[in-house]
Write a protein that binds this ligand. Structure first.
Ligand SMILES: [Cu+2]
Length: 362
């Protein structure tokens, strides 16, 4: 009697798992969870601001739903096994010490082998689906920005701007030829002993970095603000001038390591977003422990309208000496970062208050 019950429960559990996985496979993971429970299911993940972020967010949520479902079924089975077939209980009820052993029950073992395989295959399928969407380089970017990470800050440069957003009226190419040439030359500068130690290249080879005419450079006193247009496909090209960093805007639900010599390191330096869906200020961080002041390696993504963006670039193009804050003020935006602020890096700050207020200084 008990055994039949046990098998009944195992069958039901198996069927429930299959149903859950099956339902997920049919709907696909790229389905937004119902708004009412979305926030709970996200478990602290921020709301995405790109289509790619939504994909990752949905993936995250449904994987957790599947994991919880499987977890609850398994915990249930453990508890049933522990209490129903305990030796004490068997003794009390005058049964033998062991319940009937099922280790050579072929159908049962087949089911218990198949279910995990199906689960792993489903998870693998959805992982690949989300990952392919995020890493695809087929989004026809209208703006390409160069992101350079270094100890301990960021530099952002505008590399290519499509005609409709261009500050000049035709397709804008932002490379700074003089500094790019300098970088190219750095590969062949021998060290003090006259050697080129790395496969015939200098240790200070920076030829892989991109240098642009319009750049925003972060400093200890000022958080770099990366200005980008909403509703526009954008390509980010990442490279580090020294150690490994990681480019992370939490609202992208995505981060990408920033390497020096990305191609030599088998690293694809570019990633693209189809669009940024809303304007606003979003904090960005370095997500790779990169040394003493890693925690202070913050930046801000400022998403503005396409018209504001064109005006911003035009101002910067025409006023190469003007600081970024002035260009931001010119388009009616807050001149300094509002999502994060610089820190006083002096460790001897007696009162522990190391807040630096740009806006006060301005
Ligand atoms: Cu870093």
């Amino acid at each position: 009697m008990n055994q039949r019950n046990g098998r009944g429960i195992a069958k039901k559990a198996g069927a429930a798992t299959l149903l859950t996985v099956g339902a997920l496979s049919l709907t696909g993971c790229d389905v937004t969870p119902p708004a009412a429970i979305d926030k709970v299911l996200r478990m602290g993940w921020p709301e995405g601001i790109t289509p790619e972020a939504h994909s990752l967010g949905n993936f995250w949520v449904w994987i957790w739903v599947a994991a919880w479902t499987i977890g609850i079924i398994m915990w249930g089975l453990f508890l049933v096994a522990i209490f129903r077939w305990s030796a004490k209980r068997a003794k009390r009820e005058g049964r033998g010490e062991f319940p009937k052993q099922l280790q050579y029950n072929i159908p049962l073992e087949l089911v218990l082998t198949t279910i995990p395989i199906v689960i792993v295959m489903a998870i693998f399928f959805f992982t690949t689906q989300a990952q392919n969407k995020v890493t695809a380089l087929d989004k026809n970017p209208e703006v390409t920005v160069d992101v350079t990470g270094f100890q301990w800050n960021w530099k952002f440069g505008y590399a290519e701007i499509d005609q409709k957003l261009s500050p000049t009226g035709s397709k804008y190419m932002g490379e700074d030829p003089a500094r790019q040439q300098q970088a190219a030359d750095s590969a062949m500068q021998p060290d003090v002993n006259g050697n080129l130690p790395i496969h015939g290249k200098s240790k200070k080879d920076l030829s892989y970095l991109h240098f642009n005419k319009i750049e925003t450079l972060g400093t200890t006193e000022e958080i770099p603000v990366l200005v980008l247009p909403s509703h526009t496909p954008i390509e980010f090209r990442l490279a580090s001038a020294d150690v490994s960093h990681s480019f992370w805007i939490p609202e992208f639900l995505f981060k990408r390591d920033v390497y020096s010599h990305p191609e030599t390191n088998q690293q694809q330096r570019a990633f693209q977003v189809e669009e940024i869906e809303r304007e606003g200020a979003f904090v960005g961080r370095c997500a790779e422990l990169c040394g003493t002041y890693h925690a202070m390696m913050n930046f801000e993504l400022r998403v503005v309208t396409a018209d504001q963006f064109r005006e911003y670039l035009k101002f910067r193009n025409e006023n190469p000496q003007a600081p970024n804050s002035e260009a931001l003020r010119h388009i009616g935006e807050e001149p300094y970062a509002i999502t994060t602020h610089p820190f006083n890096t002096d460790r001897a700050t007696p009162d522990g208050n190391n807040y630096v207020d740009n806006n006060k200084a301005a």
